[in-house]
Design a protein around this ligand. Structure first.
Ligand code: AMP
Length: 397
C-alpha cells in the first residue's frame, strides 16, 4: 500500500509518500508560506532531482491539491491518485484521550479539537490538514499519530506537577511529553539492535535536535520524559529555555515592561543555546566552530546544554534503577560526534565508555561505546515519517 504521510504546520506542510511493503520513500516534499506571499512547493521524486514550483497557496486545501498534483502529474508524478491507500497525519497533542494511533472519524476530530487549547499553534493546523485531505481524497482512510501518545504510560508521580491537584482535574495541567513518535521508534529499534527482550531493557533516548527531549523507557514503556505541558520544558534547546523557575516570567515582565506574550515569545524563540551564546546561533555546527575558536558564548551555551543532558541521564538512571543503553538521535544526536563526546565523557559514573573512533559516525545506526563499556551507547537515526506510515498501514490494511 502507498501511504501519504502529512505533517501540517500553520504555514507549512511536509509530506512523504511511502511504500508500506518496501518502506521506500517514493517522493517527499514541502509546501512553504501557505497563506503568505511567495508560497512554493518543492518535492523530490525517488531517483530524481528536487523540483520547485513557486505558486499561490492561499490555504491548506490548495496546498494538498498541489501535493496530489505533484504526486500524480504526467511528467514527474510517481502514482495514480487511486493508488494512495491511506493517509497518516502527525498530530502534536492528543491530551490524555489518545494513548495510541487511531483511524480518523468525526468523533476523533472532535476529540482533537477538544484538546487544542493544550497546543493552540499546532493542533488547529493539524486539523486543517485532515479536513483538506478529506476534501481532496474523499473515502481514503486516515490515521492520526500523536506526538504525546508514547508518553501516556508515564506514572502519575512523573507526570504531575507540584500544583494544586484541582488544576490537573479541571484543566488537565500535567506533563504530557512530545517527540513521542521518535522516542517510540528509536527505543524499539534499539531493542532490535541490542537483540534482547524489551521487557529486560532500561533505555534512555536522547532526541537532540533543534527541539530536544530525553526519555526513560523501561520494559518498552515510557516512564518519564523531559518535555511537559508544552514542548518548552526540559533540556536547553536551540531557541527554547527548557526548565526554568516560573518566577522568571513575572520578573522579566517587570524589568522589561513587557507582556506575557512577549516573555513567552522570548522563552521559545530567543533563548536556549541561541540566547546563551549571545545569539551566535541555534545551530550546533556554528556552535562547534565557535567552541573550537574560543567564542565565550558558544562555550557557555554548549557546556550548559551538555550539563543539562547529563543531569537528566543521571535522573533517569535513578528513576529506572539502572540503565542498559543510551541512544542518540535527531539532528545533533545523529550528526554531532562533538556533542556526543562532551556528553559521554561525563558518563563514567554509570560505567559508560565512548569509543572515539566509532563516535565519528554520522546519520547511521552504530554502537559508539567500547566493548567493555557497562552501558551501551548507540546512534539510532530517527524516522518519524516511517513510524507514522507503519501505524497507518497497521490500522488500514
Ligand atoms: P532536527 O531538529 O532534528 O532537524 O535538528 C536540527 C539541528 O541539528 C540543527 O539546528 C543543528 O543544530 C543540528 N545539526 C544538523 N546537522 C548537524 C551536524 N552535521 N553537526 C552538528 N549539528 C548538526
Amino acid at each position: 500500500m502507498k501511504i501519504l504521510v502529512i505533517n501540517c504546520g500553520s504555514s507549512s506542510l511536509k509530506f512523504q509518500l511511502i511504500d508500506s511493503d518496501s518502506e521506500a520513500v517514493i517522493c517527499k516534499g514541502l509546501c512553504e508560506r501557505i497563506g503568505i506571499d511567495g508560497s512554493q512547493i518543492s518535492y523530490t521524486p525517488e531517483g530524481k532531482d528536487k523540483i520547485t514550483n513557486v505558486t499561490p497557496m492561499p490555504d491548506h486545501n490548495r496546498a494538498i491539491e498541489l501535493v496530489i498534483e505533484a504526486l500524480t502529474n504526467k511528467e514527474n508524478g510517481v502514482v495514480e491518485l487511486s493508488e494512495i491507500g491511506a493517509v497518516g497525519h502527525r498530530i502534536v497533542h492528543g491530551g490524555e484521550k489518545f494513548t495510541k494511533s487511531v483511524v480518523i472519524n468525526e468523533e476523533v476530530i472532535k476529540a482533537i479539537e477538544e484538546v487544542s487549547d493544550l497546543a493552540p499553534l499546532h493542533n488547529p493546523a493539524n486539523l486543517i490538514g485532515i479536513r483538506a485531505c478529506q476534501k481532496v481524497m474523499p473515502g481514503v482512510p486516515m490515521v492520526a499519530v500523536f506526538d504525546t501518545a508514547f508518553h501516556q504510560t508515564m506514572p502519575q508521580n512523573a507526570y504531575l506537577y507540584g500544583l494544586p491537584y484541582s488544576y490537573y482535574e479541571k484543566y488537565g495541567i500535567r506533563r504530557y511529553g512530545f517527540h513521542g513518535t521518535s522516542h517510540s521508534y528509536v527505543s524499539k529499534r534499539a531493542v532490535e539492535i541490542l537483540g534482547k527482550d524489551a521487557k529486560d531493557l532500561n533505555l534512555i533516548v536522547c532526541h537532540l535536535g533543534n527541539g530536544a527531549s530525553i526519555s526513560a523507557v523501561k520494559g518498552g514503556q515510557c516512564v518519564d520524559t523531559s518535555m511537559g505541558l508544552t514542548p518548552l520544558e526540559g533540556l536547553i534547546m536551540g531557541t527554547r529555555t527548557g526548565d526554568i523557575d516560573p518566577s522568571v516570567v513575572e520578573f522579566v515582565m517587570k524589568k522589561e515592561n513587557s507582556t506575557v506574550a512577549d516573555v513567552t515569545n522570548f522563552l521559545n524563540k530567543k533563548s536556549g543555546v541561541f540566547g546563551l551564546s549571545d545569539e551566535l546561533s541555534s545551530d550546533f555546527r556554528d556552535l562547534e566552530d565557535g567552541y573550537n575558536n574560543g567564542h565565550a558564548g558558544a562555550i557557555r551555551a554548549v557546556d550548559a546544554f551538555v550539563y543539562r543532558v547529563v543531569k537528566y541521564i543521571g535522573a533517569y538512571t535513578a528513576a529506572m534503577g539502572s540503565v542498559d543503553a543510551i541512544c542518540f538521535t535527531a539532528g545533533v544526536g545523529e550528526n554531532s560526534g562533538f556533542v556526543r563526546k562532551l556528553i559521554c565523557d561525563k558518563l563514567s559514573f554509570i560505567g559508560a565508555v565512548l569509543d572515539n573512533d566509532a563516535n565519528k559516525v554520522r546519520g547511521e545506526e552504530k554502537f559508539i561505546s567500547t566493548p567493555e563499556s557497562k552501558v551501551k551507547l548507540l546512534v539510532v537515526p530517527t524516522n518519524e515519517e516511517l513510524a507514522i506510515a507503519r501505524d497507518t498501514f497497521e490500522l488500514c490494511k
